[in-house]
Write a protein that binds this ligand. Structure first.
Ligand SMILES: Cc1ncc(COP(=O)(O)O)c(C=O)c1O
Length: 382
C-alpha cells in the first residue's frame, strides 16, 4: 500500500461508483451504447480507478476530453472503446490511431489534415455538431455534407459517429433552448441520412430527464451522475449516491479568551472566553476553496465552523464542545450540512468544479467491499 504523511485524505467507495454506472445503464435506455465520461481525472475520483469501474460495469465505453487521458486509460485497458471528446493536435493523430482512440472531428481543417496523412490502419471518428453550445463543432448541414464526402474518399478513416452537446441540460428555465438544440440535432442527423453507428447528444441531466423521449439516437454519454452529484432533483428518482468523502484530523487545539484574532488579516475575532479553536492540515492548495470560510465541518457528533481565512495548507475551526488532537474532521460527505450541494452553494459553483479542484496533494484511499484496497498518493509519484 502506498504511504502518505499527513492526516488529510479523500476516501472513495468503488462499489458506489459501480452501482451508479449500472443504475444509469439499466434505467436510461439500456439498449443504447453508454459512454461513461471520466475526463478531469474522473471528476476528481481518479481516472485509473474509475476506468476499471467502468470496465467492470455494464457501460459500454469510456469518453475523455484529452489524448493524455485517453492514453492513460488505454495503458490499462487494451480493448475498451475510448472516445476523445476534445479537439486534439494534428501532430498527435497518428499516435491516437495506433492506440485505437476514436477522435472527434469538429472543423474542416482537421479533415484536410487527415487527407494529407498516410495512416496505416483505419481511424474512427465522430463528427461534432454545434447546435447551440457554440464551443466546438460544425454548424451548417452543407459543411457537414462536404466533410462526409471528403472523409468517405479517405480510405484511412471511418465515420463512426455524430454528436452534439447541450448548453442548458441542468437549467429548468431554459428547456426551450435544450429542445431547440435537440430538434436541430435531429434535423441534422435526418438530413445527412448517413448510416452513423453512434448518434449521441445527452449529458447527465438531459439523459436522466429525457432519455425516453429521444428516439433517433442509439448512444448516450454520462458524467457527473456517475459520481452521484447531479445538481438536480431528478437524481432522486435513481439509486445514485456520492462516493467521495474528504477527511482530515485535528493537528492542534487551543482555547482562547474573547477578542483574540485568528488567522491571516485578523479575519476572525473570538466571540467568547474559552473558545475552542482546532487547526487541521488542509487548505486551499488542496482544493478546499477559501470561499468555504464560515461553513460547517463535522467532528464526531458535533459540527464546527471554519473561522478566519482558509490558509494554503491549514484551516481553523471553532467548536462548542471539547475536541482532541487526532479527532477526525469530515469536510465533504453525503451529510446534508456538508454535502457537495452545500459546498457548491458556499463556493457559488457547480458540482463538477468542486470535485475537480482537489489536486494531487491529497492522497486518495479506495474502498471495495468496505475494505481499503488502494492508496493513491499522486504527489509522491513525481
Ligand atoms: C462533450 C461532453 N459530453 C458529456 C459531458 C458529461 O456531462 P455531465 O457531466 O453533465 O454528464 C461533458 C461534460 O462536461 C461534455 O463536455
Amino acid at each position: 500500500m502506498e504511504k502518505y504523511y499527513r492526516n488529510s485524505i479523500i476516501e472513495i467507495d468503488l462499489d458506489t461508483l459501480l452501482n451508479n454506472v449500472n443504475e444509469v445503464k439499466d434505467k436510461c435506455s439500456a439498449d443504447k451504447f453508454l459512454y461513461a465520461v471520466i475526463k478531469g481525472d474522473a471528476y476528481g475520483h481518479g481516472i485509473k480507478q474509475m476506468a476499471q469501474v467502468v470496465v467492470d460495469s455494464r457501460a459500454d465505453g469510456i469518453a475523455v476530453a484529452t489524448l493524455d487521458e485517453a492514453f492513460i486509460v488505454r495503458k490499462y485497458h487494451p480493448n475498451v472503446k475510448i472516445l476523445c471528446l476534445g479537439i486534439i493536435r494534428n501532430e498527435d493523430v497518428e499516435l491516437a490511431m495506433q492506440r485505437n482512440i476514436t477522435l472527434t472531428i469538429a472543423q474542416s481543417d482537421s479533415v484536410k489534415y487527415l487527407a494529407s496523412l498516410n495512416l496505416t490502419s483505419k481511424l474512427k471518428v465522430h463528427l461534432k455538431v454545434n447546435t447551440g453550445m457554440n464551443r466546438i463543432g460544425f454548424k451548417e448541414i452543407a459543411e457537414l455534407e462536404d466533410v462526409i464526402t471528403q472523409l468517405q474518399n479517405n480510405e484511412n478513416v471511418e465515420i463512426e459517429g455524430i454528436f452534439t452537446h447541450f448548453a442548458t441540460g441542468e437549467d429548468y428555465d431554459k428547456e426551450d433552448y435544450l429542445m431547440m438544440q435537440l430538434n436541430r440535432f435531429k434535423e441534422v442527423v435526418q438530413t445527412l441520412a448517413y448510416n452513423f453507428k453512434q448518434i449521441h447528444c445527452t449529458n447527465s441531466s438531459s439523459l436522466l430527464k429525457f432519455h425516453h423521449l429521444i428516439d433517433f439516437t442509439n448512444t448516450n454519454r454520462v458524467g457527473i451522475t456517475l459520481y452521484g452529484a447531479l445538481q438536480d432533483k431528478i437524481q432522486d428518482n435513481y439509486q445514485i449516491k456520492a462516493a467521495f468523502v474528504l477527511k482530515s484530523k485535528i493537528a492542534q487545539v487551543q482555547v482562547y479568551p474573547k477578542g483574540y484574532k485568528v488567522g491571516y488579516s485578523n479575519r476572525y475575532t473570538t466571540l467568547n472566553d474559552n473558545e475552542i479553536i482546532a487547526t487541521i492540515p488542509l487548505g486551499y492548495a488542496d482544493g478546499f476553496s477559501r470561499l468555504h470560510t464560515n461553513s460547517k465541518v463535522k467532528c464526531n457528533n458535533q459540527y464546527g465552523t471554519i473561522v478566519g481565512s482558509i490558509c494554503m495548507d491549514q484551516l481553523m475551526i471553532r467548536f462548542e464542545n471539547p475536541v482532541n488532537i487526532g479527532d477526525e474532521i469530515i469536510l465533504l460527505s453525503d451529510d446534508k450540512e456538508i454535502d457537495i450541494y452545500q459546498r457548491c452553494h458556499e463556493a457559488q459553483t457547480i458540482t463538477h468544479a468542486i470535485f475537480t479542484r482537489f489536486g494531487n496533494r491529497i492522497p486518495k484511499a479506495y474502498y471495495k467491499n468496505n475494505q481499503l484496497i488502494e492508496i493513491d498518493n499522486a504527489l509522491m509519484k513525481k
